[in-house]
Design a binder for this molecule. Sequence first.
Ligand code: MN
Ligand code: MN
Length: 418
Amino acid sequence: MATRRRLTFLVAALLGLTLALALLGPRPSAAQGESVHLALGNPSGAVADPAQPANFLIVRPQYALGYLRDDGIPRWVAWRLVAADIGPVARYMGNFFRDTTLPTTPAVPIAWYRVRHSDYTGSGYDRGHMVSSEDRTATVEDNRATFILTNVLPQSPQNNRGPWLDLENLGRDLADLGDEIYQVAGPDGNLLDAMGNPVRLPTALASGPVRVPARTWKALLAVPAGAGAPIARVTTATRLVAISIPNDKDDPGVRQTDDWEQYVTTADTVEASTGLDLFDALPPTVQRVIEARADVGALPYTLTISGTAALSATVGAAFPSLAVRVTGPGGEAIPGVAVTFAALGGAANADLAGDVVATATTDADGVAVITAVAGAAEGSYTLEASIAGVFTPAVFSLSNLAPAEAPETRVFLPAVVR
Ligand code: MN
Ligand code: MN
């Protein structure tokens, strides 16, 4: 009897403890500054605050994301991929996991719907990983973390298994070569049905909480390996690939055999469409250049400076010979290619400060020329010439020189004698 009473007490105590832990809610996410996955930014300024259910930050060792409670999908997921993340672990083959770290409140125990594996069943949409399973194969725990349904959104099979997978493979190839790959991916818009109604998965909840995006996008920044903070290793020459893929399962325009190159866009376009600021921790001068450039893949072009790379001009005068030559694999001239010239280096030149400044198209000899005038301020800066998709830009060093000083003129006034 006494034993049973003691046992009852123990069970009650354990229940109480469990309840108390439940009331405390999930363990708070690591501060954003501590996550390598947010080293280049937090695209929506998401916070781990249950009072912000449309911008809720979840940080795991494997990735970070901003969650949309009422849509049952992430707003964005960010993760770093390095060669060490790719290991021997086989893909987890079980059901996807509900995210048990989502907040609950004492008053409404299931205030945050936890999307289930079966919510996707029979919908015709794949459980589309944002951080792919193959990007996390160093440990069993890492791999399983990608199967938590807050890292997942409904993706049409031809998108998920076609061009989306194709770009995932590029990320892993670049990581294998030694780059640090910073990826951000997520949904854009809400797919509409034939009646113009937003498409949601027919889950058990009457409201159907899982939104089917109209498109899915990804931005992939390939940061060269090196010491120090990754942010310091990103320049205007750093490769940034952005894609956006239509996500309607009934869309015959997207095919599983498609390459990612067919869905190239710019990070700027993704930002304008989603309201996010990708890679917002990077200097604005760098964001402006790389986010405006469409990386269309590896073009077989070589870019070389025609003439001298270090040029100077007196303020107000034109720099001579700002010209580059574009050649193909056999050294042949490539006409009709648009070359972008972009300046870095602050206020050294009023006309050429930190933005894309000019484009010129190559002539029959493969040469593109621009005219640039040295601004009023003395100083030096760099000007990069590149073609979208060519990652060895030609770099000019330019200097604005002060005009030669005019000879001093002395005026001798007659002495006044009183
Ligand atoms: Mn996938
Ligand atoms: Mn940005």
